[in-house]
Design a protein. Structure first.
Length: 591
């Protein structure tokens, strides 16, 4: 089991507002040696992104503002204020060698502008009043560029909204027309029942809570007096969304790993803090506070920091393999969006209420807008989502693995492929992989059709034009059952994986493998053949393919299909407690 590095934040109990304020300081302190001479750029590493080195270094300057800005707004102390002011002036000065640059269409600079703009509005004593009139005009002129450039047509449409709302609150010129256009465009993404899509495609992932709802609740908190009708609507939608979003968390604060941008980690909990910022009591405040604090405590118990205290790229451990092409060394600091409630006064009920335990929920949530069912264990310590139909649109990296697996687990995480050749490199957990020769494998990516019922998740997908597969996923107690009806015009090799489970230490042969007719179980993860001619294998994928564990094992079924129609059925078991899994494994699968 990997251990968190011995950093001060590991000892932070994270039970009070003062603890959360201290967490911001503890996370930001290791950044200091990495600031440039002019303080406008932060150089955290040698890896880069599709948007280049200068914007990576500006990103690393701006993203900590998601924590520093609310810390300042709520009266917290820090020795970063002077550093940030100097960097802000130099970065917005076209004549300075550390100038951040002129914006172009769909520019990463637009992504990083909102937390800096919000600092002007929410923490003027630190980030606005110390500047002269000429310096303020310089800053506003740089930010105004966002009003004249195209945004990506998704959650990015909120960036000009936040910048202009902040300028308005700071008493500076702003573009009301652009702000209104962005607000109208967000309406087009609304699906109902509190759910948005991240754009017009089929992306209902963490960008809904930590982006679209998060920004909407900031708008409601900022502009409630000027735009009360829209602010009320945003809060009503957040209340509706809360009913589903609760099911994405375990009782100890672990969130379900699913979709892209998982390197933002505790941004998953930013929604709970944004409720406080907008004074939106979607649940009793003690429940919201508990959801928020347990989530932070979960993350700070993981080895997510480098030895010198920087947030790493990865999920539950440093891992570049699972990242997207827009993930630079400073990108993980988007996680600091979780610190927004520090802008709320210490006498707000979010902070004064007693932290309450995880609410009493049902164990199955059918989320038709998100195209998934989520089942939790009886005591809510483990989640499994059965999914179909989501798709990212742009292939940011490992899109099929992040959206199209059959099942996602809060405990087992999921794996990404190193290559599509070979089962060891492919790491095909919770997937049916198929090859028509030469050991090159295809999996479910986009679906032809999807149906989410109260009983099943049903999809039709075509890995080749002459191969059609209908997959039906159903929960059966601690198991889930997968039924594949396959019509193929070619001979196929098949490999279907259960959950990827952490491998025991060392290089010795695997122990704890439990076999029975047609099935194999290893340390809580098992797969059992129900119909079809298949054999069992225990695949040991290449290291660092899984988000939660560096070394894993995937119980797998393999077989061969001739052209024609076939049905493959298997039952999959995944339990965090290996002993409990052994007991369940010995019993028949429930009907």
């Amino acid at each position: 089991m990997m251990m968190a590095f011995d950093l001060p934040i590991a000892a932070n109990p994270l039970t009070t507002r003062a603890d959360v304020q201290e967490a911001v300081r503890q996370i930001c302190e290791p950044l200091k040696p990495h600031f440039s001479d002019g303080k406008a750029l932060v150089r955290l590493g040698a890896t880069c992104t599709n948007y280049g080195e200068r914007r990576c270094e500006m990103e690393a300057f701006a993203r900590p503002f998601w924590g520093l800005m609310p810390l300042a707004a709520g009266g917290g102390e820090s020795d970063f204020w002077e550093i940030c002011r100097e960097g802000l002036l130099n970065g917005t000065n076209p004549d300075h060698p550390e100038y951040w640059g002129d914006l172009v269409d769909v520019d990463q600079l637009a992504v990083e502008m909102p937390p800096v703009a919000l600092a002007l509005a929410l923490a003027p004593a630190q980030f606005w009043t110390p500047f002269s009139d000429a310096e303020r005009e310089q800053i506003v002129a740089w930010m105004d560029q966002i009003n004249h450039k195209a945004m990506s047509d998704n959650n990015w449409r909120a960036f000009p909204i936040l910048v202009n709302a902040s300028l308005k609150k700071a008493g500076m010129p702003y573009n009301a027309e652009v702000m209104e256009a962005g607000l109208q465009r967000l309406e087009d993404f609304y699906l109902g029942d509190g759910w948005y899509s991240d754009g017009t495609g089929k992306r209902m992932d963490y960008y809904i809570p930590f982006a679209i709802h998060f920004y909407s609740l900031i708008y409601a908190g900022l502009m409630g007096d000027e735009d009360p009708e829209r602010a009320a609507k945003f809060k009503e939608r957040a209340v509706l969304f809360t009913k589903d979003y609760l099911h994405w968390f375990t009782a100890d604060g672990t969130a379900l790993p699913f979709g892209r941008s998982l390197i933002y980690r505790f941004a998953q909990g930013a929604f709970w803090g944004a409720l406080a910022f907008a004074d939106c009591e979607a649940l009793p405040w003690g429940v919201v506070k508990g959801m928020y604090l347990r989530h932070l405590r979960h993350w700070f118990s993981q080895p997510i920091f480098t030895p010198d205290g920087l947030l790493s790229i990865g999920y539950e451990y440093p891992n570049l393999l699972m990242s997207e092409f827009y993930n630079g060394p400073g990108s993980p600091y988007w996680a600091m969006k979780a610190f927004l409630p520090l802008a709320v006064a210490e006498d707000h009920p979010f902070w004064t209420s007693e932290e309450l335990p995880f609410p009493n929920l049902g164990n199955l949530s059918v989320q038709k807008h998100a195209l998934m069912q989520i089942a939790s264990s009886e005591n809510h310590d483990h989640l499994v989502a059965l999914t179909a139909g989501q798709w990212c649109g742009l292939d940011f990296g490992h899109t099929a693995e992040k959206y199209s697996k059959f099942a996602y687990s809060s405990h087992f995480g999921f794996s990404v492929s190193r290559e599509a050749t070979g089962l060891v490199k492919g790491a095909y957990d919770s997937m049916l992989a198929l090859s028509d020769g030469e050991d090159h494998w295809r999996v479910r990516r986009q679906c032809e059709s999807v149906e989410i019922t109260d009983d099943a998740v049903i999809s039709i997908w075509k890995p080749w034009p002459d191969v059609e597969i209908e997959t039906r996923l159903e929960f059966r107690g601690p198991w889930h059952v997968r039924t594949h009806t396959i019509k193929t015009g070619r001979a196929l090799e098949t490999a279907e994986g259960g959950f990827a489970v952490e491998r025991e230490d060392g290089l010795s042969p695997l122990t704890d493998v439990v076999e029975k007719a047609g099935g194999v179980l290893y340390r809580g993860s098992g797969i059992l053949n129900v119909e079809g001619d298949r054999e069992t294998q225990v695949i040991e994928p290449l290291p660092n393919t899984n988000l939660n564990h560096p070394r894993t094992v995937i119980p797998t079924l393999t077989g061969h299909l001739e052209p024609g129609e076939h049905q493959l059925i298997c039952a999959v078991l995944g339990l965090p407690d290996a002993e409990q899994a052994n007991q369940v494994w010995a019993l028949p699968v429930s009907d």
